[in-house]
Write a protein of this length. Structure first.
Length: 373
């Protein structure tokens, strides 16, 4: 990642790649921020905000040498008669090396360009020790990276950090573990200055410095108390396969907003199933199966239009519509079900009760029965 102290004197960022596109950021207050332009067919093209997303912004920032950081904002443009372009059906996981490697169905031109894609590749926070979406929190101040003490830190503060990094406000604070003798930092103790302590956020701030804290450099802790954060929208504990009588098969449910809910099958593929299975510890195996094998869910439908490449670690890292209640778009007949096994599993269900009680039935020759002769 470029040193932010050098960013102000850097030349206009531009990267040329073999397979993909040349990209640059123009018109911004500093080189890591600006209107996104892509060079295609001997022309620099202003990118429309239409269909663009934060995962694509992270790919752009990686191309420009800033690492997989960055976020996207929609900025007002010229309106009717102003031309900009977009990649139709653009779907990035955020881990591609080039925007041309993201899935899309080709260039489209818009002669009514209301909003363009503004990308920022500079942030004063980073997560160290894992994939970029999880790790020890470090903040940049006075030309130096330093850590944050965990006193007062909460999931609300984690959501602010994740929003700064271009993720949704779905982060969580990873507490250090103490076994009575020593502290186990999830991503290792840092070094150098401890910049912030007693950080208290309500989760709606746009920057960590807007939260209450003791002031830069004032702290009453050691690096054993360094904060770790996860910006993954879900984890192995936050997804489950329900109704199969086997942890490897069942209806997919995700935990969000303190409630379990289902996932709509629009856009969901075997690649997404493999990501779920990996997050559950079963490896990159798995496939989407018929929901009728395990029964429709009830309650909330949390996610829709999930599009995974199959290499993500968590379902929340895949492009998808925002977390929300999609019961008006989908019905529970469209709930996703998954199998995380190479071998066929005899489908079972509980009938005539609730999700957790009922008469046991098995599916044989496409007919449900109690399995008795």
């Amino acid at each position: 990642m470029l040193n932010p102290a050098l960013a102000a004197v850097a030349l206009l960022p531009l990267l040329t790649t073999g397979r993909g596109q040349d990209v640059r950021l123009v018109g911004g207050p500093s080189p890591p921020k600006g209107r996104l332009e892509v060079y295609h067919n001997d022309t620099w093209r202003t990118m429309s905000a239409y269909l663009f997303h934060n995962a694509a912004a992270r790919v752009i920032c990686h191309m420009l040498g800033y690492g997989y950081v960055g976020q996207f904002a929609s900025k007002r443009f010229g309106g009717y008669g102003t031309t900009c372009w977009y990649l139709n059906d653009l779907r990035c996981s955020g881990t591609e090396t080039n925007i041309g490697n993201c899935r899309h169905s080709g260039w489209r031109r818009s002669s009514y360009c209301n909003n363009y894609a503004f990308v920022s590749c500079f942030t004063e926070v980073k997560l160290v020790g894992d994939s970029g979406s999880k790790g020890r929190l470090e903040v940049y101040h006075n030309g130096t990276w330093g850590t944050v003490c965990d006193n007062g830190f909460s999931d609300a503060a984690a959501r602010v950090v994740c929003s700064m990094l271009g993720y949704e406000r779905s982060g969580r604070f990873i507490a250090n573990r103490y076994d009575g003798m020593h502290v186990d930092n999830s991503y290792g103790a840092g070094s150098g200055p401890i910049w912030l302590d007693n950080v208290r956020c309500d989760g709606r701030e746009s920057h960590i410095i807007e939260c209450q804290h003791d002031g830069w450099g004032y702290h009453d802790c050691s690096h054993d108390d360094d904060v770790s954060v996860s910006c993954s929208a879900d984890s192995a504990e936050a997804v489950a396969l329900v109704g199969g009588g086997n942890p490897r098969v069942g209806r997919l449910e995700v935990f969000h907003g303190n409630q379990w809910g289902t996932v709509c099958d629009d856009g969901f593929t075997d690649a997404a199933a493999r990501v779920v299975c990996y997050s559950l510890g079963f490896g990159y195996v798995g496939r989407k199966v018929d929901i009728n094998l395990y029964g429709e869910g009830d309650g909330l439908i949390w996610l829709n239009n999930i599009s995974c490449s199959g290499t993500e670690r968590y379902i929340g890292e895949c492009p998808h519509w925002d977390w929300g209640v999609y019961n008006g778009y989908c019905t529970h007949r469209e709930d996703v079900a998954i199998s995380c096994t190479h071998k066929p599993v005899t489908p079972v269900r509980l009938f005539g009760g609730s999700n957790s009680t009922g008469r046991l039935e098995v599916l044989h020759n496409e007919v449900w029965g109690n399995g008795l002769p």
